[in-house]
Design a protein around this ligand. Structure first.
Ligand SMILES: NC(=O)c1ccc[n+]([C@@H]2O[C@H](COP(=O)([O-])OP(=O)(O)OC[C@H]3O[C@@H](n4cnc5c(N)ncnc54)[C@H](O)[C@@H]3O)[C@@H](O)[C@H]2O)c1
Length: 282
């Protein structure tokens, strides 16, 4: 049975990733600074900012799914966020390289495009926004994700290990769908994430498919649901909040996602299954 280390497995998304890999028959170890509320697999308390601890935690793994991070700007002082996210990712990749682990998945973010936490607000250059869109962060969280993707490319060049960075949209566990009616008709509420979302279960399946894929090198993939999180059609959202954007690269006739998930579908053979609008009365 293949052994997967999930970092951040005590966190909001990580616990769903742990659950998914356990259900799929993997031997899973959760590595986190805090204990998990669920005991679905063995856990180790580790600070990934320490390379020695990271080596011990990853020894014997066939793959690493690195979810651990400070997951947004403005939670900690900016340099703390940068140091934690960048050093923990460097250490995971350095230890994986040293231990001969050939596959790593990283949690990147749509925040790496910079719109989310911009001090000087700006909009997308075009929609749906794909992986070719410039990453222009003005904050240390977004920058940490850009740096981590570069670190992944460096280790791929050095060792050939496959590193798939998943640029996740706003992650939503199923119990949060009941909150959608509060904002689904207010375009101003989620404009900075282009109204994107991804169900924790679909994010977890993307992680597994990224571990099981072969020969991807170092690649970054947007991970978003097929639809937006809003009751308003996508073209109307754009007209309301980003009227200056004229470059539409898809027909956008309904509620389609404005964070393109096409590349992940192609390279991972992945498809999101869960839609909030099938579970909430509008
Ligand atoms: N939540 C979202 O909407 C969202 C969107 C895009 C990307 N992401 C990314 O997804 C990942 C998971 O996010 P989340 O929302 O579940 O966050 P979370 O805070 O719920 O979970 C992160 C976990 O990482 C652990 N951690 C942090 N630093 C650590 C370190 N140095 N060593 C060991 N463990 C450490 C924390 O203890 C926590 O349990 C993060 O990388 C985040 O940046 C999240």
């Amino acid at each position: 049975m293949a052994k997967v280390v999930v970092t951040g497995g005590s966190g909001m998304l990580g616990r769903w990733v742990v659950r998914h890999f356990v259900e799929q028959g993997y031997d899973v170890l959760n590595v986190d600074t805090k204990k998990s509320e669920e005991q679905l697999c063995p856990s180790l308390i580790v600070n990934l900012e320490d390379l020695g601890e990271t080596y011990s935690a990853l020894a014997g793994a066939d793959a690493v799914v690195h979810m651990a991070a400070i997951p947004a700007a403005h939670i900690y002082p900016p340099e703390v966020t940068f140091r934690n996210n960048v050093m923990s990712t460097y250490n995971v990749l350095e230890a994986a390289a040293g231990l001969g682990i050939r596959k790593v998945v990283l949690a990147s973010s749509e925040s790496s495009y910079g719109i989310c936490f911009a001090v000087h607000p700006f909009g997308p250059q075009y929609v749906p926004m794909d992986e070719e869109h410039p990453q222009l962060p003005q904050d240390s969280y977004g920058l940490s994700k850009v740096v981590n993707e570069k670190t992944a490319e460096m280790f791929n060049r050095r060792t050939g290990m496959q590193v798939v960075s998943l640029r996740l949209g706003n992650v939503i566990p199923p119990e949060w769908y009941s909150r959608f009616p509060d904002f689904m008709n207010k375009p101003e509420e989620r404009e900075r994430i282009l109204w994107s979302y991804i169900d924790t279960r679909d994010a977890a399946s993307a992680c597994r498919l990224a571990v099981e894929a072969e020969d991807l090198g170092a690649v970054a993939l947007n991970i978003a649901a097929d639809d937006s999180s809003m009751a308003i059609a996508s073209r109307e959202l754009m007209a309301a909040r980003y009227p200056e954007v004229t470059d539409f690269r898809a027909p956008l006739e309904g509620h389609e996602t404005l964070l393109s998930n096409e590349k992940a579908k192609q390279l991972l053979n992945w498809a999101p299954k869960y839609k909030w609008r099938e579970q909430v009365n509008q």
